[in-house]
Design a protein around this ligand. Structure first.
Ligand SMILES: Nc1ncnc2c1ncn2[C@@H]1O[C@H](COP(=O)(O)OP(=O)(O)OP(=O)(O)O)[C@@H](O)[C@H]1O
Ligand SMILES: [Mg+2]
Ligand SMILES: [Zn+2]
Length: 175
């Protein structure tokens, strides 16, 4: 097998510091981790390719890192970081709202929320294209916000389509 890695993965920023042009967002997120004031749900909105997925993944990894650096970056070496890097983490679920948008699929996912995190402190759900979820699927998701706060939800969406949802909005303007 060749070592070919698609460019979006190869060049995807791996730390808050390497996310370009979104300093106010990354420092807000770092401060929230530092002060232990993390909201339970975040909505990342912004146009295509500004770093929503990248930032959500960095946040997920950093929240669960056992040995964060002084300026709140993931250590990249601990057990949690390694399982995240190898894509084997059972704490981070990524779901594409465009193709898994039925209420059954969301219920499936919600069932996993009730199981405590396997490693680290939080379970993290990254829902891409959240505006594509059916309204019953979305309502099912809203209910999980009543669950114990060891789960964190990041919703990613295009500008405009997601502005009406009542979350901590992390808006990523065009670079
Ligand atoms: N702020 C940024 N700093 C550094 N690289 C970036 C940034 N934004 C995007 N990139 C580059 O573009 C690629 C795609 O970024 P990402 O998937 O995070 O964007 P997105 O906002 O989720 O886009 P989409 O709306 O298409 O899902 C990354 O792999 C990275 O190489
Ligand atoms: Mg994305
Ligand atoms: Zn770590």
């Amino acid at each position: 097998m060749s070592e070919f890695v698609v460019s979006a993965r190869k060049y995807r920023p791996q730390t808050f510091d390497t996310v370009v042009g979104q300093k106010s967002i990354t420092s807000t997120l770092r401060n929230a981790i530092k002060n232990d004031h993390l909201a339970q749900a975040f909505l990342f909105c912004g146009s295509r390719g500004v770093g929503k997925t990248s930032t959500a993944r960095i946040l997920a990894k950093t929240i669960n890192c056992f040995n964060r650096t002084e300026n709140i970056e993931a250590c990249d070496k601990c057990e949690s970081c390694e399982s995240f890097n190898s894509g084997a983490s059972l704490n981070v679920y990524e779901l594409d709202g465009a193709s898994n948008n039925s209420v059954e699929e969301i219920r499936n996912l919600i069932d996993k929320v009730r199981v405590a995190p396997q490693l680290g402190t939080h379970k993290i759900y990254i829902i891409d294209e959240v505006h594509m979820l059916s309204s019953s699927a979305f309502n099912a998701f809203l209910k999980t916000l009543e669950e114990p706060p060891q789960a964190c939800y990041f919703y990613l969406s295009d500008h405009g389509k997601a502005q009406n949802h009542p979350y901590n909005i992390v808006s990523m303007p065009d670079i």
